[in-house]
Design a protein around this ligand. Structure first.
Ligand code: NAD
Ligand code: DAU
Length: 339
């Protein structure tokens, strides 16, 4: 089996590469990644010398490059993680989100048409469903919840999902889509809530909580996500969407306080800042379909996963300290100063 993992130098794609190489040492895994600000070869360092692994630098939206790669490698499966993934960046600069997330997905699908594929899997997000109100804890996203996006990021991901389903119906490309809730764990880029708060806490810097910190996210440990994708690409039904997540809901303030307490810091570090425009209130996944069809359920409870994540950041300081000492400083200044 030969799998192309796009975006494998990023957070979830990198974890997926490690997961697959460990679980299926006989598979050939090719990582295709543009190495944007979010891509990091150090994440892949442990597998770089593995003869069953290959890294290829390139852009999923570069048609000539992608076709050549398909022609040379003749992959069986594509798992598309490659994306611009940060909501805040999509608000300040939407263009690249349309280019990578929509056009890039279209190019990959065209390559599948041209060269044939056993499975194209699109890694999507629960953000395509919009948000749920805080006063209706009985509501959850199912696979039939209408798409109702809030940010340029989520609109670009929903557009990509529609393309994937259209290529299935019109061209019979064997596709699957997964829509996942917020991931956390090792190798998470420190612009996102959990790693940002861990890094700032360790450096005794203010912890910028948007609005009142009452927004709710449904946290999924990244390894549980990798396991779900593994089941879908092997046993999921072609043409189907699977929601991944479930029952690990926390307000942002609860998450930040958990991190502060675990690191023995003061809650005075919390600084309430201007809210994100269009900020989604609550995400919550109903994972019944993937549970019933594929036997998947999230194995890691938030309290356990957050401990493991904090330990990883404590034990891998060079990985994230290098990131936050570079171009990230300009990003941080632009995003947070005077906010
Ligand atoms: P990330 O930003 O950490 O990594 C994205 C990776 O894609 C990087 O390595 C980057 O270099 C690469 N990339 C970007 N543009 C590219 C292009 N044009 N061609 C090739 N490579 C390119 O993202 P992540 O958090 O790991 O998310 C991975 C996928 O999962 C995304 O599609 C995202 O929408 C989806 N997702 C993420 C979460 C989450 O909580 N992080 C939850 C649900 C879904
Ligand atoms: O739900 C899945 C999505 O989760 C993915 O599709 C996205 O790629 C991923 O980035 C994530 O989106 P969020 O916007 O939920 O994640 P983020 O870590 O940016 O923010 C989580 C919450 O924390 C959100 O309510 C905004 C808030 N926040 C975030 C940051 C960075 C803060 O309060 N302060 C911050 O500094």
């Amino acid at each position: 089996m030969k799998i192309i993992v796009t975006g494998g130098a990023g957070f979830i794609g990198g974890n997926f590469v490690h997961y697959m190489i460990k679980k299926y040492p006989e598979y050939d895994i090719i990582c295709l990644d543009k190495l944007t600000y979010a891509g990091n070869l150090e994440t892949l360092e442990p597998v770089m010398d593995n003869p069953k692994f290959k890294f290829v630098k390139g852009d999923i939206a570069d048609r000539e490059f992608v076709y050549k790669l398909f022609e040379e490698e003749k992959p069986d499966i594509i798992v598309n993680f490659a994306a611009e993934s940060h909501v805040d960046r999509s608000i300040s600069d939407p263009g690249i989100f349309l280019q990578t997330n929509i056009i890039g997905t279209g190019v990959l699908l065209d390559a599948c048409r041209e060269y044939g594929i056993k499975r194209y899997h699109q890694v999507s997000t629960d953000e395509v469903y919009g948000d749920l109100p805080l006063d209706r804890p009985d509501l959850f996203f199912t696979e039939t919840t209408p798409l109702h996006t809030s940010s340029p990021y989520s609109a670009s991901k929903a557009s990509a999902d529609l393309l994937v389903l259209a290529y299935h119906r019109t061209f019979k490309i064997p596709v699957t889509i997964s829509r996942c809730s917020n991931n956390y764990g090792p190798y998470h880029f420190p612009e996102k809530l959990i790693p940002l708060m861990i890094a700032n806490c360790l450096n005794d810097k203010p912890l910028p909580v948007y609005g009142k910190g009452e927004n709710v996210r449904d946290w999924l440990y990244v390894e549980d996500h990798c396991h779900a994708i593994d089941l879908i690409i092997h046993d999921g039904k072609v043409g189907e969407v699977y929601n991944i997540g479930g029952h690990n809901e926390r307000t942002n303030l609860q998450v930040v306080e958990t991190i502060i307490d675990a690191l023995g810091k003061s809650r005075d570090l919390i600084q309430y800042v201007t809210d994100r425009p269009g900020h989604d209130m609550r995400y919550a996944i109903d994972p019944t379909k993937i549970h019933n069809e594929l036997g998947w359920e999230p194995e890691t409870k938030f309290d356990e996963g957050i401990k493991r994540t904090i330990d990883w950041y404590l034990n891998n300081k060079p990985w994230w300290e290098k990131i936050i000492s570079g171009e990230y400083q300009n990003y941080y200044e632009k995003m947070y100063s005077g906010r």
